[in-house]
Design a protein around this ligand. Sequence first.
Ligand code: SF4
Length: 251
Amino acid sequence: MSLKQIVEDNSKSIEAADLEAKSATEILTIAIKKYHPRLALSASFGAPEGMVLLDLMHAIEPEARVFLLDTGRLHSATHDLVDRVRDRYGKAVEVVFPRAAEVEHMVREQGMNLFYSSVESRKHCCRIRKIEPLRRYLTELDAYVSGLRRDQNLNRHATAKVELDVGNGGLVKFNPLADWTHDRVMDYVGEHRVPINSLHAEGYPSVGCEPCSRAVQPGEDSRAGRWWWENDAVKECGLHLSEEQDGGLGI
Ligand code: SF4
């Protein structure tokens, strides 16, 4: 399937390159028109980008779907945000959990906090708690929306606004905020009073699993709080790119 076919809309087709010039709302309108309800927003509820996208998608289609991977190790502030979203938008967030038997086996063999012992153990935990549930959930979809931005880190500088997610079965992946800056995201949050994770106000640029994320100091890289005991070269969890590439979803 070509990227031209991806965004084909009955009577007319839009080249993927054309989408680069379109706004986030225009891209989401195209995505929802073509793929809803086999389209969902992937939101960590631990980054303001996902909440901006949720707000934009809700304005276009109130039934637009959103899902959260609940690893079983999330902060309670993240769960609070799920319920605040439910109250504000009337949105039934689709919460996806890892397979209980796989988690039970992992912690029996390697302990509750295996991720601190080695990079391999940490990646194993991410595979069981994040990657398997994500791939299982994505089999229900034809396309999904992510909050990746190009200036988040070097791995993301080439992020296109629409692409094929080869690592996750060739789904269509929309990145409507690819060209947004952090300041633009936060301006939108303020102007539209979008609910965000309360831990951002305590120094967490992004909020992941409780044992694996911490607040950062002013001036520190925004990813410094993730897996802080590892060096920067290995800090990805394998959700956005293939596991082999050590790519990351930022969840
Ligand atoms: S971020 Fe930490 S606790 Fe969460 S899945 Fe990965 S290793 Fe496990």
